[in-house]
Design a protein around this ligand. Structure first.
Ligand code: C2E
Ligand code: CA
Ligand code: CA
Length: 247
């Protein structure tokens, strides 16, 4: 993994998040890694990187590459927001804010074109470093998104204090729509709550038309999933955005 980082074995792929109004809300940057010529899935290498602490460097790399991608798109007339995943170890690092600012400056990009995806538990972490990093993210003007909402430990009471503008509903719910009436009820309540709190609500992992239709009916603002687009290489993203240009 370290070699991949040092020798160009890492790449970002991008997956569009599409609003029901037809606009591209953002594109999510997803890391890809080749080790000894073989592609390794993020579900395999991200946990390893987290365990070894290498995720901090991988995350800095993602921030910079993602910001650069936003700049490339802007230079081509595509004002598209890029969403970048941030892991727990990055937020526990006192140099996170420095890395974020460096990425924005190097890429010469408006912070409004960058969105950071964090899981809910991170927003609720009371450690002073995490809180300081969250504050500096807000102050610098990037937008924040709650990733994988509904998985793990969720406390709805906390939602009102989270300074995020987007809530991403995990695939764990979406996959049971629309047949599972109980899943429908839970999603309906979360969507209502998110919207009442002024957030944009996005459904993740949408693979089927019926899931897309159920989410639309439940008032979700946008969707991400194989149904519309798979994560693709930067060049393919470029062509995709040009073809689907409605931003
Ligand atoms: P995530 O942030 O929840 O990203 C969404 C994952 O769902 C991606 O998996 C994406 O390819 C996949 N996906 C999208 N649409 C569908 C669909 O319709 N069906 C199904 N079954 N899956 C779909 P991917 O790329 O394998 O990434 C897995 C996880 O690895 C991500 O989950 C994220 O937690 C982590 N990750 C990826 N890139 C980065 C990164 O740059 N930094 C950090 N810290 N974590 C990353
Ligand atoms: Ca994510
Ligand atoms: Ca997610």
């Amino acid at each position: 993994l370290f070699n991949a980082l040092e020798t160009g074995g890492l790449q970002l792929h991008y997956q569009p998040i599409i609003g029901f109004d037809g606009r591209v809300l953002s594109v999510e940057a997803l890391m890809r890694c080749k080790i000894n010529g073989k592609e390794v899935a993020p579900d395999k290498f991200i946990p390893v990187a987290e365990k070894t602490g290498l995720i901090v460097r991988l995350g800095e790399w993602s921030l910079l590459q993602g910001a650069r991608q936003a700049r490339h798109l802007l230079d081509a007339g595509l004002r598209t927001r890029v969403a970048i995943n941030v892991s727990r170890a990055q937020l526990l690092d006192s140099k996170f804010s420095q890395a974020l600012h460096a990425a924005l400056i190097c890429a010469r990009i408006d912070p409004g074109l960058i969105e950071l995806e964090l899981t809910e538990s991170l927003f609720m972490d009371n450690s002073s470093v995490v809180q300081a990093n969250l504050r500096s993210m807000r102050e610098c003007g990037v937008s924040l998104s709650i990733d994988d909402f509904g998985t793990g430990y969720s406390c709805l009471a906390n939602l009102k204090d989270i300074p995020a503008s987007k809530l991403k509903l995990d695939r764990a719910f979406v996959q049971y729509l629309p047949q599972d009436r109980r899943a429908m009820a839970v999603v309906k309540a979360i969507v209502q709550l998110g919207k009442d709190l002024g957030m944009t609500v996005v459904g993740e992992g949408v693979e089927k038309q019926e899931q897309m239709e159920a989410l639309r009916e439940l008032g979700v603002d946008g969707i991400q999933g194989y149904y519309y687009a798979h994560p693709v290489h930067a060049d393919a993203l470029f062509s995709w955005l040009k073809e689907n240009r409605q931003t």
